[in-house]
Design a protein around this ligand. Structure first.
Ligand SMILES: [Zn+2]
Ligand SMILES: [Zn+2]
Length: 132
């Protein structure tokens, strides 16, 4: 199940709660469609629901902007059926650069994050609860 954590900077006032992983509303494409907001992704989900044996990956993660270090907490969505596939994508809300196609993979990477505001390496990550 998913976890929530707080990112806080030891040197400036940056402080952010983020959610990572999956919750119970991620168990099927139908369930995801009930809360997924982005237009293009919704269209794709509807299309893939009707395909034969669709495979999907969907979870919340942290995208790190390679240009300005902005940390974006968003849902990763990857759909696949036969030879077709779809992957959602984001651009950085701060500098408009394209975000990496996948969120950070593991805790080690998350613990290595730098503060997106003051760029210091003193960013604390505290995991505080399971969400669902
Ligand atoms: Zn900072
Ligand atoms: Zn950026």
């Amino acid at each position: 199940m998913g976890v929530a954590c707080t990112l806080s900077c030891g040197q400036c006032s940056y402080n952010k709660n983020v959610f990572l992983g999956i919750g119970f509303r991620y168990i099927s494409l139908q369930a995801i469609l009930e809360w997924y907001e982005e237009e293009e992704g919704r269209k794709q989900i509807i299309e893939y629901i009707n395909k034969k044996e669709p495979i999907y990956e969907c979870y919340d993660g942290l995208y790190l902007c390679q240009n300005c270090n902005y940390i974006l907490n968003k849902t990763y969505l990857h759909l696949e059926a036969g030879s077709q596939s779809y992957m959602n994508s984001y651009s950085c809300p701060r500098c408009r650069d394209k975000m990496p196609s996948k969120p950070l993979e593991n805790e080690t990477e998350i613990n290595r994050l730098k503060c997106p505001e003051c760029k210091c390496s003193n960013l604390k990550v505290e995991f505080y609860m399971d969400w669902d």
